[in-house]
Design a binder for this molecule. Structure first.
Ligand code: F6P
Length: 324
């Protein structure tokens, strides 16, 4: 392998820049050329490439977002789109790819590898932590810290006004962010897709906490929660069924994806970038680099995206005890 392409794809996450930096510098270390591909698969199809060297990635380890930009490409989902992308890579003599992204990006990489035998290596970059084969995806730790900080602030105003707040957090179909920030910020209830609390038990729990002397409450709601009502409908439902609380809703949204990466994410990104390039140079392909038992580990891409739940059962139990 003489030339590696690196790209970020799908929803961005803090730590992607640190991962790009690591891939580029590891290539430089091993005297392998490195090309940045802009806007994920979209830029690949358009041949939007830029040669990168160790200096092109200076001053970015602490920056949120991604200097290579990101996109979710519809065209790459078609066989024609992938063929054009392959030809563009060949024109530039790029002979392997590091894809930094989530499950959609990995699915694309896997299909590309099957169709053209093109060497690919994934680095999990998403705040959702919904990838199997790593305890942490890039950006997840930063998002947890961002959200906890915001919920602490919401609690200040909630308690001044004796209010109940429903705080909706991201996570797509999984509840890792919600569960962890819920425990970390001392929420009264945490609604996640992996465990359906049900409306009755929610009301019961809120009544119980009111009786126990709490004047304000925070309920963290994962966006993919399965209780059957969105946060605004939950507000109406609780107000109709309980007069004890004045209720407000806060949907945190995309601010959860921004900001300077935490030290944990920067270190993780640096480790993953090195492992990704070294694995490609050793002839490995179609894997994702992950963190397992505090060591870098490779997981086949198809297993990484299979969607097995890795919600922490012990943390669920802790959260149940903390919310009594
Ligand atoms: O996968 C990251 C994520 O931020 C999810 O948490 C969220 O559901 C989704 O992306 C939002 O996507 P978009 O940025 O396209 O609105």
């Amino acid at each position: 392998i003489k030339k590696i392409g690196v790209m970020t794809s799908g929803g961005d996450s803090p730590g992607m820049n640190a991962a790009i930096r690591s891939v580029v510098r590891t290539c430089a270390y091993y005297h392998v050329d490195c090309v940045g591909i802009y806007r994920g698969y979209e830029g690949m199809i358009e041949g939007d490439f830029k040669e990168m060297n160790a200096r092109s990635v200076k001053g970015i380890i602490n920056k949120g977002g991604t200097i290579l930009k990101s996109a979710r490409s519809k065209e790459f989902r078609t066989a024609e789109g992938r063929k054009i992308a392959y030809e563009k890579l060949k024109e530039q003599n790029i002979d392997a790819l590091v894809v930094i992204g989530g499950d959609g990006s990995f699915t694309g990489a896997m299909i590309f590898n099957q169709e053209f035998g093109f060497p690919v290596m994934g680095i999990p970059g998403t705040i959702d932590n919904d990838i199997f084969g790593t305890t942490h995806t890039l950006g997840y730790d930063t998002a947890l810290n961002t959200v906890v900080e915001v919920i602490d602030k919401i609690r200040d105003t909630a308690s001044s006004h004796n209010r109940l707040f429903f705080v909706e957090v991201m996570g797509r179909d999984v509840g890792h962010i919600a569960l962890n920030v819920g425990v970390g910020a001392g929420a009264e209830e945490i609604l996640i897709p992996e465990e359906n609390l049900g409306l009755d038990r929610l009301l019961e729990s809120l009544r119980r906490s009111k009786r126990s002397g709490k004047s304000s409450s925070i309920v963290v709601v994962a966006e993919g929660d399965k209780i059957g009502k969105n946060v605004f409908e939950l507000k109406d439902y609780v107000e109709e069924n309980m007069t004890e609380y004045e209720v407000r809703v806060s949907v945190l949204g995309h601010m959860q994806r921004g900001g300077s990466p935490s030290c944990f994410d920067r270190v993780l990104a640096s480790r993953m970038g090195v492992k990704a390039v070294e694995s490609l140079l050793e002839g490995q392909t179609n894997y994702m680099v992950g963190l397992l038992n505090d060591k870098m580990a490779l997981t086949p891409l198809d297993q990484a995206i299979k969607g097995q739940s890795k919600i922490d059962k012990e943390l669920l139990r802790v959260s149940d005890i903390m919310t009594t």
